[in-house]
Ligand binder design. Sequence first.
Ligand SMILES: Nc1ncnc2c1ncn2[C@@H]1O[C@H](COP(=O)(O)OP(=O)(O)OP(=O)(O)O)[C@@H](O)[C@H]1O
Ligand SMILES: [Mg+2]
Length: 404
Amino acid sequence: MQPLINRYVPKTTKEIFGQDENIKKLKNFIVNFAKEKKNSALIYGTSGVGKTCSAYAIANELGLEVIEVNASDFRNAEQINQKIGNAIKQQSLFARGKIILVDEVDGLSGREDRGGIQALLKLIEDSPYPLILTSTNPFDNKFSSLRSKSSLIEFKQLDHLSIFKILKGICEHEKIKYQDDVLKALSRRSGGDARAAINDLQALAHEKKELAEESLEELSERNKTDNIMAALNKIFKTTDLKIAISAFDNVEEELNEQLLWIDENLPKEYTNPEELAKAYEMLSKADVFNRRIKRWQHYRFLVYINALITAGIASAKKEKYKALVGYKPTGRILKLWWANQKAAKKKDIAEKIAAKTHSSKKEILKSTMPYIPIMFKNKEMRNNIINQLELEPEEVEWLKGQVK
Ligand SMILES: Nc1ncnc2c1ncn2[C@@H]1O[C@H](COP(=O)(O)OP(=O)(O)OP(=O)(O)O)[C@@H](O)[C@H]1O
Ligand SMILES: [Mg+2]
């Protein structure tokens, strides 16, 4: 069965909630295009607030054809001329009116694309049709001339009542049973993103045709994972360091877990070996700082770690990878990691003793390690061992665990 999100694409502006003023502005811009000073409208706002669907719904109502182009079509002037040139030439008496939709101009990024923004600016100047651009982050410096050549329309995040109305409509149409307060909680949780809200509804209720109260608990668990996935997405998919650096701001998971998530998913995203190596260098530096914090409690290193694993990793790539990668949680590797960590502790301690006594690690593992936990029972000996070997807190914990 088709996902709800594909079945409930608004066909008319009546089905779009919470953006009445903006829809009016956009409609006016298109209808009065001949008199407008500017040839393009730049609609911007966060994800899932109705930017793309409004452009289509308005075109539909006005009987206009939508020529949709993507950021990647602007790679070079030739490519875009090929795609749009034909449409522009076909201005016959019988042809329908048109609008040109350049969805997600944010994709025009990186140095190689500079020609792309130029090509878009030229299109804005020459176009006989209204242009609608959408963007989630139009205030990037590289878009300054785009901004001055366009009328700006801000699509605000949807208030939870608008989301509630959207979900309620779907529930009724799909015959999904729900309690008002559970559906309201679901609406609040979406952060003003209707797409996310509809997808949540799909995940929690569509199969059972019921939105049960327990769903909310399921949601809060998922919320945590979602947050970290969103953080990875921010780091991996942007080259804008300002965006990357705040990636973990709303993530509750502790640092160790963040490092593991990155470690697990980085190689799937960065397929260029040089960029992958660079990114891993950042991660390993972060790991070094992390150890120093644990050993010496130098908490100010946390700032460096955060910079390394966000902006550092983001900057290891020249441009974002187009492929969509499903990021995997670390559950499995986390377990493996803990198991390895335990075995590693024993080896680490043996190594330290070997270094102090000028013997081999293998020898120490066999002849000395079995007695260390016994010596650990005696407080004075224990303190001596800890100081002499400069044991880390985890190593001390591990040894304590071995004392029978
Ligand atoms: N204001 C709204 N009213 C009703 N449904 C909406 C609204 N906004 C979004 N939706 C629902 O969410 C889907 C996605 O919306 P849309 O593609 O317009 O988002 P967008 O703002 O372009 O987001 P993005 O920046 O991620 O492209 C729509 O097909 C529709 O089902
Ligand atoms: Mg969109």
